[in-house]
Design a protein around this ligand. Structure first.
Ligand code: GLC
Length: 552
């Protein structure tokens, strides 16, 4: 776990390239081809409209793509101005490097938390796939792609393992939630143990891991310009295996993905079973990333067709039925129930009495969001930050919806951000509801942990969403809040309380993704062209035909 000392800071000058420009419109900046990048081959989103099955990966559109910075010959930050980086940046890099995990001498990931003060290590000494994403982005943005490549290859190998819970075998494509490297100093050997859900609390397999893996493969490819990794038969097969798990036909009547509770970042019972927004948004993004990377050989072509069909259905479903704003809420409030046949307006038979009181007060006239879950007679009206930010980044949200989500952040700043960015979901569930929904989970009491707790890692997603929607001032405000406490508090995993003011009851310190999330947010704000790694442009082919409500 020794971290090379000299790396990192040299290339990173933080703060400052967008200093006092509160009204500065980054989207305009992104539209302009500022960088001249020499690339061997370009790598960009395959638009559905441009897709023709006969084309190969090599023939993808050449030239500059807005925000699609390549790491090829663009030094990380050397052209930036000479402002001093925030002192926290250097500390953050040092802590991030301390969390590196090596396998046979090669860095392959970062541990979840480096908290020696904590008595219980639990599984925080493991490399979690989802936790590694912000670390990976930080390394890519800093021109250090090797660790990301090693991680992608190592987890791909783990995918090949046989996975069982008791006597039951999991799907071939499942990716681990986490893995651990065991060093044997005597024999001088390293071995890996992985967890696909069979050791996890509650025994739930992570649905998000495979999606993050695909998204990271694209980020790596986009950032380095190196198409060879994604093109290897192993990576192509890995992608196909992940997608096979999600694209198989069954009894589904919706294009969304049916999930067990606890299958994502929220990895314990929190009432997100069904069709949680976090998974649907990641699913959409992973499908679009795969579309860009899938080789058009015989097997690939078949997948591309299935992906395209699913994307159409999924975007229609999400944009129509998950979207909530003032107008839509009012419509649901007036819904008739028990409608039968194709003419039904209230397709899922949502009973207006099931709308919780809080949402009427919470909903501003300006703004909107994707609700937590939609299934028969059940709409979970809660706000979930990760799903909404990923919806913006993947362009699952139309540009109008994306800006309505940012409006919501502004209108409901106290509730969604408060004193520390940002709440994982809103509002918290309490009392009887908490008992029933969480199964009396003492870790998920109101305004703590997954139940309305505040997770600094989400800062990078918020920042990326802000840049994409041309609202960097919102990100800057959030980053300032984080800077006032994060380092001083020892980079906690989460904060508690309505305003996120208290360090979480059982929060680890030196939580790696809190550290990496901050670095990624800083680097993106400093150089918005980094956004291209984790953002996909709006695809006209996926635009909705219907116009339903005021903020569309
Ligand atoms: C907790 C979080 C999960 C995270 C893990 C490691 O279990 O709920 O999202 O991956 O800790 O940090």
């Amino acid at each position: 776990m020794d971290a090379p000392k000299e790396t990192g800071l040299r290339k990173v000058t933080s703060v400052a390239s967008i200093p006092e420009m509160d009204d500065f419109d980054l989207t305009k900046l992104l539209d302009k081809p500022r960088l001249t990048i020499k690339r061997e081959r370009s790598f960009d989103e395959r638009s559905l409209s441009e897709m023709s099955i006969s084309r190969g990966l090599d023939n993808l559109e050449l030239g500059y793509s807005p925000g699609g910075r390549s790491g090829l010959d663009t030094p990380a930050s050397s052209t930036r101005n000479s402002f001093e980086p925030h002192p926290m940046v250097a500390e953050a890099w040092e802590s991030l490097r301390r969390s590196l995990v090596h396998f046979r001498g090669q860095p392959v990931g970062t541990i979840a938390a480096y908290d020696h003060a904590s008595e219980e290590v639990l599984n925080y000494d493991q490399v979690f796939v989802r936790d590694f994403v912000p670390s990976a982005l930080a390394f890519l943005m800093n021109g250090e792609p090797d660790i990301v490549k090693n991680f992608l290859l190592k987890t791909l190998q783990l995918q090949g393992w046989e996975k069982r819970v008791d006597k039951f075998r999991l799907g071939e494509g499942a990716m681990p939630a986490s893995f651990k490297v065991l060093h044997d100093p005597e024999r001088k050997t390293d071995t890996i143990v992985a967890d696909f859900g069979e050791s996890a609390i509650g025994r739930v397999a992570p649905v998000d891991s495979g999606f993050w893996w695909i998204i990271l493969l694209r980020a790596y490819t986009k950032s380095t310009g190196d198409l060879t990794l994604a093109e290897t038969p192993d990576c192509q097969k890995g992608m196909r295996l992940i997608l096979t798990l999600c694209l198989s036909e069954g009894f589904d009547t919706f294009p969304t993905l049916l999930c067990a509770d606890g299958c994502s970042m929220i990895d314990r019972r929190m009432g997100i079973y069904g069709y949680p927004i976090e998974i649907q948004a990641l699913f959409f993004m992973a499908l679009r990333c795969s579309l860009a990377m899938m080789k058009l050989d015989t097997e690939g072509k078949e997948f591309v067709e299935r992906i395209m069909k699913r994307l159409h259905a999924l975007s229609f479903h999400m944009r129509s039925y998950f979207w909530l704003d003032f107008q839509q809420l009012n419509d649901i409030y007036r819904y008739k129930t028990e409608e039968y046949s194709h003419t039904a307006v209230n397709k899922f038979n949502v009973i207006p009495d099931s709308i919780p009181d809080w949402v009427f007060d919470f909903m501003p006239t300006r703004g909107g969001y994707f609700v937590g879950n939609v299934s028969p007679a059940r709409m979970d009206f809660r706000w979930f930050a990760l799903g909404n930010c990923v919806a913006i980044l993947s362009s699952l949200a139309t540009p109008e919806q994306a800006s309505a989500i940012m409006d919501l952040f502004e209108e409901r700043w106290e509730e969604l951000v408060g004193e520390m960015p940002i709440k994982i979901c809103y509002p918290a569930i309490e009392s009887h509801e908490w008992r029933i929904i969480t199964g009396c989970d003492p870790k998920n009491t109101r305004w703590s942990y997954h139940n309305g707790g505040t997770w600094p890692v989400l800062l990078w997603l918020l920042t990326a969403a802000c840049i994409k929607t041309g609202r960097p001032q919102i990100a800057r405000r959030a980053i300032e809040l984080a800077e006032s406490r994060l380092l001083k508090d020892g980079w906690p995993e989460y904060y508690d309380g309505k305003l996120g003011r208290y360090i979480g009851k059982q929060a680890r310190k030196y939580q790696t993704w809190s550290i990496a999330g901050y670095l990624v947010a800083k680097m993106m704000l400093e150089d918005p062209s980094h956004l291209g790694m984790i953002s996909l442009e709006d695809d006209r082919q996926l635009r909705p035909i219907i116009k339903r409500s005021s903020s569309f």
